[in-house]
Design a protein around this ligand. Structure first.
Ligand SMILES: *Cc1c(COP(=O)(O)O)cnc(C)c1O
Length: 360
């Protein structure tokens, strides 16, 4: 067996301990004589798995009792529609567009009501987070929407926008569980798990209870109505059962690492190793404003497309894979999620230094 350092933006690296545990339980889950993949989601064993996953997540994020935790499917994309369908009571919402994912969410919401773009950083290729301290938010907006960590561009909201009393909805797909969070500042926190938590196919939504009602837009599919899912504890239909089981293992792993405060410290240390070289290098440079840098996704370039391609290719030979930047940005992107060991970042930086010496 030979494992690489996988810098993919998603689906992404998972903790090796979790994969090994899943492997050990693959054929016979704790004496049940079957795999978790093979068992009924209505059975006692699976009920224990999903309940424990929720309990551990609540503990990790200190989720207040007046929030529901839903394990859903359909990717983050499906929530781009579910959010307006469940929340646009006045048919209006404010969107802050800081990247492709926020833009897609804004466009999708526009199909269901008036989605007002109240701020954007598209003028400079989404390389910064706009000042959101005093935005012109319509009085009757049902919510303010952000993508908290911009996976493609490598920026992060280090300060939440001033919503002027409106509910805040955040797509946290690529920064989920990377640091402690005050859930009470949000109305809805949701994200696909394939970036920082588990296998693709699961979306976790943490929703303030008063937002879960029968008062949804006409035509909302049964499956997309949050109340359907909440009333059935995420077991309305067959959930992405195996994926949720792996998420549960990752929650246990995170608790063992010391929880989210410990993860934040570790993630800051890892990111600093990479940002330090980008700040000093004669060849590589980061592509976003320093104050808005993400701890999870680190895009960088040499300024020469051919050299970028060569870097990606040669890095792969060293077991440093999936470093190619998103097609809309080019260059490189190192995603250094929770499960990326510090050693992987150190190896990458050592390789960058060697590459720089050979090519300057
Ligand atoms: C990857 C990503 C998405 C899209 O996720 P899907 O699960 O493929 O729909 C949306 N938002 C963010 C922030 C992402 O990183």
């Amino acid at each position: 067996m030979s494992r690489v350092y996988n810098f993919s933006a998603g689906p992404a690296v998972l903790p090796e301990e979790v994969l090994l545990e899943a492997q050990a339980e693959m054929l016979d889950y704790r004496g049940s004589g079957m795999s978790v993949m093979e068992m009924s989601h209505r059975g006692k064993i699976y009920d224990g798995i999903i309940k424990e996953a929720e309990k551990d997540l609540r503990e990790l994020m200190q989720i207040p009792d007046n929030y529901k935790v839903l394990f859903l499917q359909g990717g983050a994309w499906t929530q781009f529609a579910a959010v307006p369908m469940n929340m646009m009571k006045h048919g209006k919402a404010a969107y802050i567009v800081t990247g492709q994912w926020a833009k897609k969410a804004w466009q999708e919401a526009s199909r269901y009501g008036e989605a007002v773009k109240v701020a954007s950083s598209e003028d400079r290729t989404f390389s910064y987070i706009p000042d959101c301290s005093d935005l012109d938010i319509p009085e009757d907006a049902d919510y303010v929407y952000i993508c908290e960590n911009n996976t493609i561009y490598g920026t992060k909201f280090w300060q939440l926008p001033n919503t002027k009393g409106h509910d805040l909805v955040a797509d946290v797909s690529s920064c989920f569980l990377s640091e402690p969070v005050d859930v009470s500042k949000y109305a809805v926190i949701y994200g696909g798990v394939q970036k920082n938590i588990g296998p693709a196919g699961v979306v976790i939504a943490i929703i303030r209870e008063d937002l879960i009602t029968d008062d949804v837009l006409p035509g909302t599919p049964t499956m997309l109505k949050w109340k359907t899912q909440a009333d059935n504890d995420s077991l309305f239909n067959t959930p992405p059962a195996y994926g949720i089981y792996i998420c549960g293992k990752v929650f246990k792993w995170l608790k063992k690492q010391g929880g989210l405060a410990a993860m934040k410290e570790r993630n800051e240390r890892k990111a600093a190793i990479l940002y330090d070289i980008l700040d000093q290098s004669r060849l590589f440079r980061g592509t976003v404003e320093k104050k808005d840098r993400s701890l999870m996704n680190v895009p960088f370039v040499t300024g020469d497309k051919e050299l970028d391609a060569l870097f990606v290719k040669e890095a792969e030979k060293e077991g440093l894979v999936s470093l190619k930047g998103h097609r809309s940005v080019g260059g490189m992107r190192a995603s250094i999620y929770n499960a990326m060991p510090e050693e992987g970042v150190v190896k990458l930086v050592e390789f960058m230094k060697r590459f720089e010496e050979e090519h300057t």
